[in-house]
Design a protein around this ligand. Sequence first.
Ligand code: ADE
Length: 248
Amino acid sequence: MRLDVVTIFPEYLEPLNVSLVGKARARGDLDVRVHDLRAWTHDRHHTVDDTPYGGGPGMVMKPEPWGEALDEVLADAGDDEQPVLVVPTPSGRPFTQEMAVELSGKPWLVFTPARYEGIDRRVIDEYGERLDVREVSIGDYVLAGGEAPVLVMVEAIARLLPGVLGNAESHRDDSFAPGAMAGLLEGPVYTKPPEWRGRGIPEVLLSGHHGRIARWRRDQALARTADHRPDLIAGCDPSALDKHDRAA
Ligand code: ADE
C-alpha cells in the first residue's frame, strides 16, 4: 500500500518510522511518502494561508499550494490506480473500524492534514470531481491540525494489512471488529505471573475449559460495554445476543 501525506509539519509524521508502521515500511509492505506543502509555495515567506472571505477569526489554507502539491503527487496515478484522498477535518464523517477496514483494502491513500481553519473549499471540490474524496473526523473534539488524526488513521489501517500484525488473529476480538463479539468492547486480559501484588487470575481462565472461557469473556465484554458504552448495547441487533446474554 502507498501512503502520501502533504503537510506543513513533515516532522510531525516521524512516528510513522516507529513500531508497527515503521517495520511495515522497512519491509516494503508500506510505501510512505511525506511531503512539505511549503515546497509548492513561491513567495519568500512560503505563505500557505490567508484571511477568510466573508470575515471571521483565523486563517484559511490557500488553494494554490495544495493544487500544485496534489497535482504532483497524483502525477503517478494511472487509470487503474487512483488514490483515495483522505481529508482530516472535525466536520468530516466519523472514522470507524469499518472505515479502517475499507481503507485498508485500497492500494493508495493520500492524506491532506490542514492547519488553521482548514483548506479553501475549492480544493476539495476540484479533486472530488476526479477522485474518491473522504472528509473524515477522528472524534468530536477539535485538534490544532490534521496531523495527529493522520497518525491515528494510518495506525488503525496499517495494522489490518496482511503480515503487519505478528498474529493475524490479534484483531479477531478487537473492540469494534466484526464477528462473535460484534458491537462489544473487549474485556480484561491477563498474563504471567499467576499472582502479582496479591492479585490472582480469574479461576475460569486457568480451567482449560474453552466453552466456559468463551462464555466468561463474552459476559465480561457485555458488562464492560454496558458500563462504558451503553449506546452500543442500545444499538445492538437483538439477534446478535444469545439467551445467556439476555440472562446476564
Ligand atoms: N482536525 C482538527 N480536529 C480534527 C478531528 N477531530 N478529526 C480530524 N481532523 C481534525
